[in-house]
Design a binder for this molecule. Structure first.
Ligand code: SAM
Length: 278
């Protein structure tokens, strides 16, 4: 949204609907795809070499192939095509049209890509029942929904699974900064906000009491106007994970410390939760 600088909110508010990123917007999705595929950072998707390290771990947590796997919020399909290569049949779902188009392209080009079916869809409206042998929700997608929507998304994923099938959810438990705000700026040739060269102001705000984290970007253009977008996260404390999944009709079977095989603790920065329909 375009605003005069004097109209900007001094501090970002988590999940402010006026500026929260619309992942399903075609222009945003096209710009996001660039970030997903950029091998200089792990901003939207992780770099391919990291994904290649994750896939063997994921395969150990999934049923033996061939299984029907739902890659929920698949982004450009980087995990999906690798799971297909291991023998799974993967339904890859994401709300972003450009990232789904990329996943479809990969599926056409890659060996075993025929086992990937990628389509645009919103997890908040997922309506499949008893269909999948497993589902994955990878790279901090769950916390990007407001708290009141997280249970609904988990519940829909659970309903889409066959009884006893695993749901694997990667959750970030804490941001990599202390409480408060960190600001920086740069002049960039393009960003999620524009394809033109502009000044980009970046802030991250960690509110420990609310347990939220916001990344706000403000583009300042040559004519003095600004454009703002942010992504918010509603984080869950380690001890509260089982209750979150229970509210969604799921039973937590294991919580791992990040992508390791070790159990998560309250000190974990991120966890992989393995849950099943109860
Ligand atoms: C951080 S990216 C992770 C993508 C992918 N899992 C990966 O690791 O490469 C978050 C993804 O969630 C998708 N997303 C956000 N809200 C969604 C929704 N309501 N339904 C489906 N996908 C959504 C975005 O479009 C984006 O591709």
């Amino acid at each position: 949204m375009s605003r005069r600088p004097s109209r900007l909110d001094a501090w970002p508010r988590a999940f402010d609907p006026a500026v929260e990123l619309d992942w399903g917007d075609p222009v945003v999705s096209r710009r996001l795809l660039r970030e997903h595929l950029d091998q200089t950072h792990d901003g939207a998707s992780r770099r391919l070499r990291v994904i290649d390290e994750h896939v063997p771990r994921l395969l150990r947590l999934l049923p033996h192939p061939p299984a029907e796997v739902l890659d929920a919020a698949c982004g450009p399909g980087l995990y999906a095509v690798r799971l297909a290569r291991a023998g799974h049949r993967v339904t890859a779902l994401d709300v972003g049209p450009a990232v789904v188009a990329h996943a479809q392209r990969l599926a056409r080009e890659r060996p075993a890509g025929g086992r990937v079916s990628a389509r645009v869809g919103d997890l908040r409206a997922l309506a499949e029942r008893d269909r999948f042998d497993a589902a994955v929700l990878i790279y901090h997608v769950l916390e990007a929904f407001p708290r009141r929507q997280q249970v609904g998304v988990l519940r829909r994923l659970g309903v889409a699974l066959r009884a006893g099938a695993p749901l694997i959810v990667e959750m970030r438990l804490r941001p990599d900064q202390d409480e408060g705000r960190i600001s920086s700026w740069d002049v960039v040739n393009g960003s999620l906000l524009s394809d033109r060269r502009h000044l980009l102001l970046v802030e991250t705000v960690h509110d420990r009491a609310a347990n939220t984290y916001v990344l706000r970007e403000t583009a300042v253009f040559d004519d003095g106007t600004t454009s703002v977008q942010q992504t918010s996260s509603a984080l869950t404390r380690f001890a509260a994970i089982p209750a979150l999944f229970t509210r969604a009709g799921l039973r937590v079977e294991a919580v791992y410390d990040g992508w390791s095989r070790f159990r998560g603790t309250a000190l974990s920065e991120s966890v992989l939760v393995v849950a099943r329909r109860s």
